[in-house]
Design a protein around this ligand. Structure first.
Ligand code: GLC
Length: 555
């Protein structure tokens, strides 16, 4: 890291309207690392990752510098949606281990200062869950009302023509009891009825169960869909007409959601250590996202910003617009930025241009990890793991370990630990093939290379921990005068400000920064830069293609 002084004109920084971070809670600046447990580390040679594999790699995660882990579902499941069809909320699927393995993992993680979030699938269960088996056994079963049943117009006419997110109608006909049940996802994922007090209590007991087992919180799956309009009005755009799956205000973002989330939050508040709710809370607008925090900030502390996560073209001005909106319109709450997940293609493949992929990976890392708020990382993004191309996936055989192909398989390939067989993921045959780039993009190789993507991430995460401005500082919106360059500040105190400059184009760009007041900061040094650069000595300077510059001033 270079320490260069800024020599030129001495400028002071104005107080700008920006959200001040609440620094009292760990999750307000946390980096949360998502692990798809099936693909992280296999310790028993069955080709499927397991909880003990995560425990075995905790030192790696500690060294990398993450604060918490979100593990996608590891509960017993028929795996039609790879764990998101839960058949037992309070147990561990045999392929992932046992509850004892979970307890061991939590204890070991805690020793390293790492919290673990459980993925709670709150909207639906598997059709194999005992609750649904009971519910479908007869119309007068006590659990009938734990799910959503309607007669519609008989076997050929569903109650509404709403479209499921996974295609087809949101209704499936049950021959035995001669009614339709509702599912916004697969027919094997019936929606639970949160309006039923018994179901509600059972779900809240699941929350207590995992908190009692040491969870630091939950990632809440599919939160917008908990309730439907009780009148079930019909959809003017049925599936045949390509109608939208989420029908606000009928089955998405219903006002009833708030009470459930408040109740859940209250349970968390009764536990020590500030457990957190991280929400899969996709919204159409920033105003709607603001509501997910709760009108008294008493619901989801960390709703994921899908308006940011869904940006798939690397244009500085677009990202600036989104970050500015989050900072200025979320009422000072903690934003949650991310690029990739088990549902989203890997950022390496989305943003890489084929010529500058490593540099672009460093740029996108800086784009999230220098922001105020909680940042999500997806396992392997710190290596430059790629989305496996569909043609290669098609060639990979289906079998008991991979009963069906999923169009998200490409971003779920095994973690790339080293250059050995199966990239060090498994001694057996992996459930999904390893991505072809593993010889170059692996933990083993990249840890030895100070210029690697891994080393860049490790430095960024280290900076985020130790630098008060980057960790907790308020966001200072700045203008670069150039649509290809995103510039902003992070200010811890009136004296300490970090300047972040990101060029999202393949050409060198000139910026003229405004918004910092009349004087350029007097003292500055480069905290990180790629490629290497000096601290800018005036408001006008150039930045390299896909360049990143993080400079610091302390007059
Ligand atoms: C969420 C999960 C996704 C799953 C769906 C249904 O969107 O992230 O993987 O398929 O919910 O549970």
């Amino acid at each position: 890291m270079k320490h260069l002084r800024l020599c030129a004109a001495l400028f002071s920084l104005p107080i700008l309207a920006s959200a001040q971070a609440n620094t009292s809670r760990w999750y307000d600046h946390a980096v949360i690392y998502e692990i798809y447990p099936r693909s992280f580390q296999d310790t028993n040679g069955d080709g499927i990752g397991d909880l003990n594999g995560i425990t075995a790699r905790l030192d790696y995660l500690k060294d990398l510098g993450i604060d918490a882990i979100w593990i996608t579902p590891f509960f017993p499941s028929p795996n039609l949606d790879f764990g998101y069809d839960v058949s037992d909320y309070t147990n561990v699927a045999p392929e992932y281990g046992t509850l004892q393995d979970w307890d061991h993992l939590v204890a070991e993680a805690k020793k390293r200062g790492i919290g673990i979030l459980v993925d709670f699938v709150v909207n639906h269960t598997s059709d194999q869950h005992p609750w649904f088996r009971e519910s479908r056994s007869s119309r007068d079963n006590p659990k009938r009302d734990w799910y959503i049943w309607k007669s519609g117009g008989g076997p050929t006419e569903p109650p509404t023509h709403w479209t499921s997110i996974f295609g087809g109608y949101t209704w499936s006909w049950d021959e035995k009891t001669q009614q339709w049940y509702y599912h916004i996802f697969l027919p094997q994922q019936p929606d639970v009825n949160w309006g039923n007090p018994g179901l509600r209590k059972a779900m809240m007991d699941v929350v207590r169960f995992w908190l009692n087992h040491g969870a630091s919180g939950f990632r809440l799956d599919a939160t917008p869909y908990l309730f439907e309009d009780p009148a079930f009005p019909d959809d003017p755009h049925p599936p045949a007409a390509g109608g939208p799956a989420a029908l606000e205000p009928y089955n998405s973002g219903r006002p009833e959601n708030h009470q459930v989330l408040r109740e859940m939050r209250q349970i968390l508040e009764g536990y020590p250590g500030n457990p957190v709710l991280l929400g899969e809370s996709s919204t159409a607008t920033i105003e709607d996202l603001a509501k997910v925090y709760g009108s008294h900030h008493d619901e989801i502390q960390l709703p994921m910003d899908f308006l940011f996560g869904n940006l798939k073209v690397l244009v500085a001005a677009t990202f600036k617009k989104q970050v500015d909106a989050a900072e200025l319109q979320l009422g000072g709450q903690t934003p949650v930025f991310f690029f990739s997940s088990h549902d989203h293609p890997r950022q390496w493949s989305v943003f890489g241009d084929g010529d500058h992929n490593d540099q672009i990976a460093k740029l996108t890392a800086a784009l999230t990890l220098t922001q105020r708020g909680a940042i999500l990382m997806y396992y392997g993004e710190e290596l430059g793991m790629a989305t496996m191309p569909t043609a290669e996936l098609k060639a990979a055989p289906l079998g008991p370990k991979r009963p069906r192909a999923d169009d998200r398989d490409g971003e779920r390939t095994p973690m790339q630990w080293d250059a050995s067989t199966n990239a060090g993921f498994s001694q057996g045959t992996p459930w999904l093939p390893v991505e072809a780039n593993f010889a170059t993009y692996s933990v083993e190789r990249e840890k030895k290379d100070p210029e690697s993507i891994y080393s860049w991430y490790a430095q960024l995460l280290n900076l985020r921990h130790k630098d008060a401005a980057i960790r907790d500082g308020s966001y200072v919106p700045l203008e670069s005068g150039n649509v290809n360059v995103f510039v902003f500040g992070r200010r811890a105190t009136s004296k300490e400000t970090a300047l972040i400059v990101l060029n999202t184009s393949a050409q060198e760009q000139t910026v003229h920064i405004t918004g910092m007041g009349s004087k350029w900061p007097s003292f500055s040094r480069v905290l990180m830069a790629s490629p290497a650069a000096s601290a800018p000595s005036s408001a006008e300077f150039t930045i390299a293609p896909f360049g990143v510059l993080i400079a610091w001033s302390n007059p």
